[in-house]
Write a protein that binds this ligand. Structure first.
Ligand SMILES: O=C(O)[C@@H](CO)OP(=O)(O)O
Length: 247
């Protein structure tokens, strides 16, 4: 049996402002910092002690892992980071207000961009103030892999190699693994783990800062479909809030 804990970063400054974020590197809000600490406390209270941590290369996920591990007295844990765990690149929507976008383009288009499996937003221009072109953290990324927009399908495709090559080997070695990442990179991983269809994944939202525990069988499939949030009541309310963003 293998133990996997997924943790979406706490609320970011742009989550609080209702802006599409994607690869823009914003920090946690004060509330998000509290959520991250609370996530660490939930690990502690549930006797979950990760052996290794994987994060994206975005500050909000890194801060969340740090704060949660600090709370659980585990700051010394080995950490690995990859752009493959990054949030979905939101293309030309990065930096735009969600409510205004919904008003401008209508509900259907807004939801297609936000939650459809295979419709990406328009690409972001390299000279846009919210573009990541030239960001040194992606300097070693082959140019053809650098996204300018992504749909969830693209995220599944770029995330899965990391799952198989880096996370599964840790799980196989018997390590409890903590993955600190993002709403949509975790939706991609949950889609894979639970075998959720392309249609049904539109209805799945991940709350900020609440650890989601998966016990996996020898084939790395969940023993309990959907896993278990360590604070189910808080998760339910927070999932609703994510679903209603932009309304
Ligand atoms: O803006 C984003 O990058 C994501 C996560 O915060 O938003 P959404 O939930 O709308 O996909």
């Amino acid at each position: 049996m293998a133990t996997l804990v997924l943790l979406r970063h706490g609320e970011s400054d742009w989550n609080a402002k209702g802006l599409f974020t994607g690869w823009v590197d914003v920090s946690l809000s004060a509330k998000g910092e509290d959520e991250a600490r609370r996530g660490g406390k939930l690990l502690l209270d549930n006797d979950l002690r990760p052996d290794v941590v994987h994060t994206s290369v975005l500050t909000r996920a890194i801060q969340t892992a740090q704060l949660a591990l600090g709370e659980a007295d585990l700051l010394w844990l080995p950490v690995r980071r990859s752009w493959r765990l990054n949030e979905r690149h939101y293309g030309a929507l990065q930096g735009k207000n969600k409510a205004q976008t919904r008003e401008e383009f209508g509900d259907e288009q807004f939801m297609l961009w936000r939650r459809s499996y295979d419709v990406p937003p328009p690409p972001m221009a390299d000279d846009d103030e919210y573009s990541q072109a030239g960001d040194p953290r992606y300097a070693l990324l082959p140019p053809e892999l650098m996204p300018r927009t992504e749909c969830l399908k693209d995220v599944v495709e770029r995330m899965l190699p990391y799952w198989y090559d880096q996370i599964v080997p840790d799980l196989s070695a018997g390590r409890t693994v903590l993955v600190a990442a993002h709403g949509n990179s975790l939706r991609a991983l949950v889609k894979h783990l639970d075998g959720i269809s392309d249609e049904k994944i539109a209805g799945l939202n991940i709350p900020t800062g609440i650890p989601l525990l998966y016990e996996l069988d020898e084939g790395f499939r969940p023993k309990q479909p959907g896993g278990r949030y360590l604070d189910p009541d808080a998760a339910k309310a927070a999932i609703e809030a994510v679903a209603n963003q932009g309304r």
